[in-house]
Design a protein. Sequence first.
Length: 221
Amino acid sequence: MKLIKLKDKIPPKVYKELEKRNFEELRPNQVKSIKAGLFEDKNLLVCTPTASGKTLVGELAALNAVLHDRGKAVYVVPLKALASEKNKQFKKDYPDLKIALTSGDFDSNDSYLAKYDIIITTSEKFDSLIRHRTPWLSQVKTVIIDEIHLLNDVSRGPTLEILITILKQQLKNLQLIGLSATIGNTEELAEWLGAELVVDKWRPVKLDKGIYKDGEIKFYE
């Protein structure tokens, strides 16, 4: 959908950031997320294929928290390497915002982060910050959890589940955005999060499925 058609649904300062990045159209899941209440502080669980544009939904939620609601946004990813990658990309795309990366030293509350707008971290580090009573937690308006399907992961799932539970208890006006390409129990998870479910099957490149045997691939019709 053309970006201009959604202008009345997007906060002016957020819309201006999209214009700076020369966006002219939004992808289906992005449009659905906006219509589901992305800019109305509603919790969302966004389940769409890889490379379909989920990350931008998280970015829009973060921009709304910072530019419109005057709070902080925390972007949670599962791996340190991914956190570093996101940090570099966000700083490139949003040079006017104060963006910080924290993923190490679990014995610190990182009070210096109080001066930053968007904080990129891992679930383990964010859990540690909460337990160390980081002073800026009350300023957090939105938390985006990338790869939220890892709630089912044996090693990372428990920490992530406890993190979400604590956040819901301590920050009553928090907006939670969950992003994933692979979730089996979408309705159940959305209900637990208290979130609107956004599901879309659109992908930028068609995915064909088939069976490889004896040097040939037989594709499903």
